[in-house]
Design a protein around this ligand. Sequence first.
Ligand code: CA
Length: 233
Amino acid sequence: MRILLVEDDDRVADALAGALRRNGYDVQRAGNAHDALAAPSVDLVLLDLGLPDRDGIEVCRELRARDGVPVIAVTARGAEPDRVRGLRSGADDYVVKPFGTAELLARIEAVLRRSVNQRIHDTRPLTLGDLTIRLGQRTVTLNGRPVPLTRKEFDILAVLVRAGGAAVPREHIIVEVWQSTYDGMSRTLDVHVATLRGKLGQAGIIVRTVRGFGYRLVAADDTTPDPATPVDG
Ligand code: CA
């Protein structure tokens, strides 16, 4: 597996590259955004968000947009609320400096595993009732006819489809679709789910609300009750 290590601090980069190579990874290095974006494609990018020439968040988005490469963002504690910055970057995961090598290796393994599974998953058309969903091509068809979904509707559907019928928490959908943890997104999610429901209804697919939790996809003829949600008292 090839990893591109983007880090402008040579001492940090030397130590990390050594640890990654000892664990069997083929490591390429870039010390700035320009070199990172010019580097050949890899299996994963470990990206320091504090780079000298450009905002790391922009770099992350460009890398993701180009070939969908998984990215682990590295943020420096104290620069900005770390968690928000990490999530907003659109990265698959993030670590906050200083971090231990064992933690980083575990995160790299997890992200690579998800990415491989997703690639296998995405190339296979999925059927759901009369719908056929091709995640890789971002198309949805109903008995062969395209169902026109907006970008956000498709992204929400993809998150629900990947869950394979399990309920998905609202916060998880929001982070996946908008790369945001902002509370105000909750209303926006509901609006998009409402329009998605309208479009999927004719295909016999229901986006069911799981009260106090999130959403799940069910076939219209599925009468399985949702698991009870905890009630206070
Ligand atoms: Ca830096």
